[in-house]
Design a protein around this ligand. Structure first.
Ligand SMILES: [Zn+2]
Length: 326
C-alpha cells in the first residue's frame, strides 16, 4: 500500500497522490532506487495504486478489494513482474511479456509491468524493451527499477519518468521499528542492494559469525598470551576463508568503534544486542587504545587483500593487541 511509504518517500508519495487525483500517469517510470531495500515493494505499491479502482476515487484507503487481494497473491493478470533469470534479464522474458500484454486489459483500465534490477537486461533484452517503450500502447505502464541507473541505455532513461527514491533510513528496514537487531544494523551497513540486505538478515551463518566475533574479542580482551591458541582455534573454525575473515574483521572494527561510542557517551551504532559485553570491554581500554586497535584491524584487512596467510595475520593481530593492552 502506497500509504506505507508516506513518511519514508514523501516526495514521490505526494507525486503519485497528485497524479492519482487527475488520473494521469506516465507510460513509463524508472525508479532510481538508491539502494532502497523495499524498492520492489514500493513499485508494487505504485502498481496497486494505479490498478485498484478504489484508490483514487475517494480519500479512503482501499480496504482490500479483489484486485488488491489478487495483486497481493501475485495472481493478477494485468500486473507482471520480471526479475533476472540467473544473472541476466533475457530477451525471451520480455518477448513473453509483450505477447501477454498484446491483448486489451480486461480486469482493469491499465496493465503494468515491473522490471526489477533493470540494469541486468542484456543487450538484446534492452533493445526489445526499448521498442516497447518507444511506441507506448495506451493503458500499458512500465515501472523499471534499478540501483545503477547509469548502466541503463540513455535511450531507455530518456523515455521514462525518473523517480529518485530517498535514501533509506533504518526504520524502513524492519516492520518492528522499535527493535532493530545487530544483524539488521550490520546488514544495512554492509549490503549494497536491498536483495543483498534481505539475504544477509536471513542468513543464520551471519548471525553465528557476529556472535563468534564478539566471543573472540571478549576472550582476547580478557586473557593473556597463553590463550592465543584457543582464540585462534575459535576464530579459524568459523572464518575459514578470506571472504569470511574479511567480514569477521569488519564486524570486529564495528565492535571496537561501538566501544568508543559507549565510552564517550554516544549512541551505539551496531552492537546493542551485546550491551553488557560492550560495557565490560570498553572499561578495559582507554579511547586511545580502542582507536589503536581499530587501526590495527583495518591494517590487517588491507594485508588480507594482498593474499597474506590468514593464520599468521590473526596471530599478528592478537600479539599486537596484547602490546596495546600493556
Ligand atoms: Zn483495492
Amino acid at each position: 500500500m502506497l500509504d506505507d511509504f508516506k513518511s519514508s518517500q514523501k516526495i514521490v508519495y505526494q507525486m503519485f497522490q497528485n497524479a492519482g487525483k487527475i488520473q494521469k500517469f506516465s507510460h513509463a517510470y524508472l525508479i532510481d532506487a538508491n539502494h532502497y531495500p523495499r524498492k520492489l515493494e514500493f513499485a508494487i505499491a505504485i502498481a496497486k495504486f494505479i490498478l485498484c479502482p478504489n484508490h483514487y476515487t475517494n480519500d479512503e484507503k482501499c480496504n482490500g478489494c479483489s484486485q488488491c487481494q489478487r495483486i497481493d497473491d501475485a495472481n493478477f493478470t494485468e500486473l507482471k513482474i520480471i526479475s533476472p533469470d540467473g544473472s541476466w534479464i533475457k530477451k525471451e522474458q520480455l518477448e513473453d511479456l509483450q505477447k501477454q500484454f498484446s491483448t486489451k486489459a480486461i480486469e482493469s483500465k491499465n496493465k503494468i509491468y515491473i522490471i526489477n534490477e533493470a540494469e541486468k537486461m542484456n543487450a538484446s533484452a534492452a533493445n526489445s524493451i526499448l521498442k516497447f517503450l518507444e511506441e507506448p500502447e495506451p493503458g500499458i505502464i512500465a515501472i523499471l527499477i534499478t540501483d545503477n541507473m547509469y548502466q541503463l541505455l540513455d535511450t531507455i532513461i530518456s523515455r521514462c519518468q525518473v523517480i529518485s527514491l530517498a535514501k533509506i533510513n533504518q526504520s524502513d528496514l524492519t516492520s518492528n521499528k522499535s527493535q532493530i537487531t545487530t544483524v539488521e544494523k550490520i546488514g544495512f551497513f554492509i549490503a549494497k542492494t536491498g536483495d543483498e540486505y534481505q539475504k544477509f538478515v536471513q542468513d543464520e551463518e551471519k548471525r553465528n559469525q557476529i556472535d563468534c566475533v564478539v566471543q573472540f574479542v571478549k576472550e582476547l580482551e580478557n586473557q593473556q598470551e597463553a590463550a592465543i591458541l584457543k582464540e585462534n582455534k575459535l576464530w579459524t573454525s568459523v572464518f575459514n576463508d578470506k571472504e569470511k575473515m574479511d567480514f569477521g574483521l569488519e564486524v570486529m572494527a564495528l565492535l571496537y568503534k561501538d566501544m568508543i561510542h559507549h565510552k564517550i557517551g554516544l549512541e551505539i551504532d551496531f552492537m546493542d544486542d551485546y550491551i553488557d559485553i560492550l560495557n565490560d570491554l570498553s572499561k578495559k581500554n582507554t579511547v586511545k587504545q580502542l582507536c589503536d586497535k581499530i587501526e590495527m584491524i583495518i591494517e590487517l584487512k588491507n594485508h588480507l587483500k594482498v593474499n597474506a596467510n590468514q593464520n599468521l595475520l590473526l596471530d599478528q593481530l592478537i600479539l599486537s593487541f596484547q602490546e596495546v593492552c600493556v
